[in-house]
Structures are given as structure tokens and as C-alpha cells.
Ligand binder design. Structure first.
Ligand code: SF4
Length: 364
């Protein structure tokens, strides 16, 4: 059976053509599935009986199931979705006055081992399928609409106005499935989000960034976290393959076609590691040729992380150095930390296929 959620518009058109159906049928299907949240083919009133029978016979519309659903005091909501094999992925909805942001996972765990990241510590199992990625948006949309206080908005406004690919995993390491899912997010026949409202966060897979700017140029965030290669090699190990100079050149190329765009550099604030005034000044030097803004992320501690968050005062001073050079600098608010939904805390449930988690416990 083909899961229709695995197919973006182009793939869906090719697929239904094998049954002799015209492209407008793909548009109808996408309307029902993504805009009306309907998954029963019998209720799709403009689908012909013959095509409906083919769909029932050959296809399915399947989502991950809910393992847990937690709501924070501040309204942040976190789901753990079951993706089989005893694996769970996390998805977080962050409501704010003027927007609703959904943070989506792209892999079960992550293979890249950034040292300050809770997901990285869990090891890696597999890439998510397109259906499992877009399914997180479908499910969150569905559940939030049922939530108290949101009913009035249903059908009139987008409850999820922004998507950030910042959950578990390195999205560019699951390139094809992530791009197909993001095409559905941007497609007016599906969710119709503007490309500036979909942000992909990468630790810096420069070769894939070059592809992304051609295939699906969404807003780009880069997990930088260090202002020199020595430290970045240590805390973001992919830096050994794509060092800072190459990464900055990749960011410049990414923006070539959209001169009004910018890259958001994410920088986790680690006490005594990367948070000195000298670090801030060095940061200004390495980004000087990239139109950018900064998002400083107070480190969210997790067990045995070995790091502490920088003090409030140190974050303020670091921010000031950047702002004095006219950069826009935000300090990420910690949301949902009572349900472990804050940045870097997403751990899900990962059946590690690497030996990393065992090594860490000295079991190998
Ligand atoms: S920060 Fe991102 S790339 Fe690094 S280990 Fe965590 S999830 Fe993976």
C-alpha cells in the first residue's frame, strides 16, 4: 500500500497517472487531506466512485500514533509520536500572541553527536519518512484545533503559522524526505505557508545547503555555537568535515538568489566554554560577509550533560557586543521546560543503532 502522505504534489501526480487519473485529481486529494483534515476517501465528495475504489484498494493515509501528549503551564504542547520499533519522536507546538510555531523532528535520534544536545546523546535509529514528517504537522493541526480556546479560530486562521525543522535530527541528513515534506508545507494545495515561515535548522551540511537553495529555498538557520574551528570541532563535530570558512561561504551562496534574506545563526550559551566577550568579537569576524541575525540560546541542562548555562549577566554582555555592531539579536525564551520541550531537550525514545549510548555508559 502506498501512503499518500509520502507524496508531494509532483510525486502524487505521477502516481495517480499510473491509474489513468488527471493531475487535477491530485489537487482534489491534497485539498481534502491537508486543508480539510479528512482521511476517509468515502467523504471526499468530488472524487469519482472508480477512483475512490482504486484509492481504497492501493493506498492508505497513515500517521504516527500518539504515545504521549503533554501541555506546559505556558501553553507549549509536546507530543511523543510512535514511529514503530519502540521508537518515539517529539513534536512541540509553541503558541505566542501573533503566531503558532511547530517544531518538527526529521530523524529518530541524530548521528551527529553535538556534545551539548540531548537528542545527540540518544544515538540514532533511522530517517523519518515524508509521511512521518508531514504527519507531525497534520496531527498537531488536528489536535490543536480541538484544544480548548482554539475552536473559535478553526477554519478562519492558521493556528500553525510557522514551522521550524529544529526537532530531533539533522534535517539535511534526511534530504529527500525533508524536502518533499517541506514542499507540502509550502504548497498552496496543501498548507500554503510562505517560505519565510518555514525554517530549516542545520548544523552545517554545506553540500546539502547548496542543493536546498535550488530545490526548496526556505529560511535557513545554522547551529553555529562556536567562533573558532578548534572549539566547533569539539562541540559540533560535523565541523571537521565542513569547517567554519566553508560554512560561511555556503551561507553566502544560499542567500545569492534572495538578497533580502538572511541566515539566523544559533548560538547556545555554555558557561565558560563559548560565552566570553572575546568569543563574541570573534563571532562578529567570522560572520562579517553573511547577512545574518543571531539567536542566543540559554543552554537547557539535561542529566550528565557536563555543561552549565551562561549566567544572565554574561548572556546580556555577549548580546551587547553583537548589538553594538547593529545586528539583530534575540535570546530564545525558554518555553515548556517543565515538560522538557525546550531547545536541546528533545530526546524522544530512540532504539540506538549505533553503539554510542552504550559507550557512554561504558558497556562496550
Ligand atoms: S544539535 Fe542537531 S545536529 Fe547536533 S546532535 Fe543535536 S539534533 Fe543532531
Amino acid at each position: 500500500m502506498t501512503n499518500l502522505l509520502d507524496l508531494d504534489y509532483e510525486h502524487l501526480v505521477s502516481y495517480i497517472e499510473t491509474f489513468g487519473e488527471k493531475p487535477y485529481r491530485a489537487k482534489q486529494l491534497m485539498h481534502w487531506i491537508y486543508q480539510e483534515s479528512l482521511i476517509d476517501f468515502n467523504e471526499m465528495t468530488d472524487i469519482s466512485k472508480v477512483f475512490c475504489d482504486v484509492l481504497k484498494d492501493k493506498t492508505t493515509i497513515e500517521f504516527p500514533s500518539v504515545m504521549s501528549d503533554a501541555m506546559s503551564d505556558d501553553g507549549t504542547r509536546k507530543w511523543l509520536f510512535d514511529v514503530g520499533g519502540n521508537n518515539g519522536i517529539e513534536t512541540v507546538f509553541i503558541p505566542e500572541d501573533d503566531r503558532g510555531t511547530l517544531c518538527i523532528s526529521s530523524q529518530v535520534g541524530c548521528a551527529l553527536e553535538c556534545t551539548f544536545c540531548s537528542t545527540g546523546r540518544q544515538g540514532f535509529n533511522r530517517n523519518l519518512t515524508t509521511a512521518e514528517i508531514i504527519g507531525q504537522l497534520w496531527l498537531a493541526n488536528f489536535y490543536v484545533r480541538q484544544q480548548d480556546g482554539y475552536n473559535a479560530l478553526a477554519n478562519s486562521e492558521r493556528i500553525i503559522s510557522n514551522v521550524v525543522m529544529m526537532g530531533m535530527g539533522e534535517p539535511l541528513a534526511n534530504y529527500d524526505n525533508v524536502v518533499s515534506a517541506m514542499k507540502l508545507m509550502l504548497d498552496d494545495r496543501a498548507y500554503g505557508l510562505s517560505r519565510r515561515r518555514v525554517t530549516l535548522s542545520t548544523s552545517g551540511l554545506v553540500n546539502a545547503m547548496d542543493r536546498l537553495k535550488e530545490d526548496c529555498p526556505v529560511a535557513l538557520a545554522v547551529s553555529l555555537h562556536a567562533s573558532n574551528d578548534k572549539l566547533r570541532d569539539e562541540i559540533v563535530p560535523i565541523n571537521k568535515k565542513f569547517p567554519i570558512k566553508e560554512l560561511m561561504a555556503g551561507c553566502q551562496r544560499y542567500l545569492e538568489k534572495a538578497p533580502r534574506d538572511f541566515v539566523t545563526f544559533e548560538y547556545v550559551m555554555l558557561d565558560g566554554i563559548n560565552d566570553s566577550i572575546e568569543d563574541a568579537k570573534a563571532l562578529l569576524q567570522i560572520v562579517k560577509d553573511v547577512p545574518c541575525k543571531f539567536n542566543l540560546i540559554p543552554f537547557n541542562p539535561f542529566p550528565n550533560s557536563g555543561y552549565k548555562c551562561s549566567s544572565y549577566e554574561q548572556i546580556r554582555k555577549f548580546k551587547e557586543v553583537l548589538m553594538n555592531q547593529d545586528y539583530i539579536v534575540t535570546v530564545r525564551k525558554t518555553r515548556g521546560d517543565d515538560i522538557d520541550a525546550a531547545c536541546g531537550q528533545l530526546a524522544g525514545q530512540v532504539k540506538d543503532k549505533t553503539t554510542r549510548s552504550l559507550k557512554r555508559m561504558n558497556l562496550t
